[in-house]
Ligand binder design. Structure first.
Ligand code: AVI
Length: 331
């Protein structure tokens, strides 16, 4: 681990313990080939986040049209004390996906957990953000866990710890289909145990124009993020997508209450991916992402079906975004 010092001179690394649960990288090739072989072609959204894709996503979070990030940060700032009260100051805090430093810093400042456990699949990202937080919070003890929480996962927990809380911001829950979201919530509930609390950010259902603008920004950053998936397949799977022969399309599917992102073919074309040939017709689309939007009660219903009781919900004045505090039901 790299060296670092707190203001008080104590070594930062002495307060960070690293636990590697060796997440296995799924068979991307098989998943891509399977998706492109479907009658409605699709690609897995997790492939967005290579280095360039992560950079583009960071840029998305600062766009004027993309309201979720800044709205959630504002909700955390406005209600951090109430959230800390609800989660229990001095608890053990697990963050699923060590993502936005502003969000976690706001929560840590209010909550002052006795142990903080960031969980992320990327070792480099995990260590970098753990180091920055250790410097910012000299009292904080950190157990960084490299694990993949999209399937069953383990954490570096002590059996006697009873006051566990988890934080899952960003409306990342919206990128799961409802059945996957329920399965994910159940897994989190099992890790937390009865009485454990989950603070989760959920984007709210709203008028089509606001939603569609957030995924069709004027500067074209979301389009570049979507198209980067093809560039990635070209470099990592030896595909020969002509990236300019596709256009970005994001549309609100009201019946399913989700934004869908697609890559639409500008012509009839034949592409080769990992040695297999696929024909793509003019106007045909490759479905790359769903981003579900929930009403407050809809999300509470989903949480209940996964074994959680809804304790509290905070929103912004414009009712754009919600942050829910859920508690794992007693067994
Ligand atoms: C990460 N996730 C919650 C984002 C969303 O809004 O669904 C990903 C994203 N896709 C396009 N813009 C942002």
């Amino acid at each position: 681990m790299t060296q670092g010092h707190t203001g008080s001179g104590e070594r930062v690394e002495s307060r960070i313990r690293f636990f590697d649960f060796h997440p296995t990288t799924a068979d991307v090739r098989a998943e891509v080939l399977e998706g492109l072989s479907q009658p409605h072609k699709r690609l897995p959204p997790k492939l967005f986040y290579d280095q360039q894709g992560s950079r583009l996503f960071d840029a998305i979070t600062e766009l004027p049209e993309y309201y979720p990030t800044r709205t959630e940060i504002q909700i955390l700032r406005d209600h951090g004390e109430a959230m800390a009260e609800q989660l229990g100051r001095g608890c053990v805090l697990i963050e699923l996906g060590s993502g936005s430093s502003l969000k976690i810093q706001t929560l840590l400042a209010a909550l002052r957990p006795r142990v903080y456990i960031p969980v992320d699949i990327s070792r480099a990202h995990l260590l970098e953000s753990a180091q920055a937080l250790a410097e910012r919070f000299p009292e904080l003890s950190i157990r960084a866990a490299c694990a993949d929480y999209s399937g069953p996962f383990e954490l570096p927990l002590e059996p006697e710890w009873r006051d566990l809380a988890a934080f899952f911001p960003g409306s990342s829950i919206g990128n799961f289909d409802p059945d996957e979201a329920r399965a994910f919530l159940k897994r989190v509930g099992r890790v937390l145990g009865p009485g454990g609390r989950l603070l989760i950010g959920v984007d709210l259902k709203k008028e089509r124009a606001v939603l569609e603008a957030a995924y069709n920004d004027a500067q074209g950053v979301t389009a570049a993020f979507n198209l980067n998936l093809l560039t990635r397949l070209n470099s990592e799977l030896g595909a020969d997508f002509e990236v300019d022969a596709f256009r970005h399309r994001a549309v609100f599917n009201e019946d399913a209450s989700r934004i869908e992102m697609h890559l639409v073919s500008r012509g009839n074309q034949r592409v080769r991916v990992a040695g297999q040939v696929f024909d793509v017709r003019l106007g045909e689309s490759i479905h790359t992402e769903n981003s579900y939007k929930y009403g407050i009660e809809d999300f509470q219903r989903l949480a209940r079906s996964a074994g959680f009781v809804s304790e509290q919900v905070w929103t912004d004045a414009g009712e754009l975004f919600s942050v829910h505090c859920l508690r794992v039901e007693d067994a």
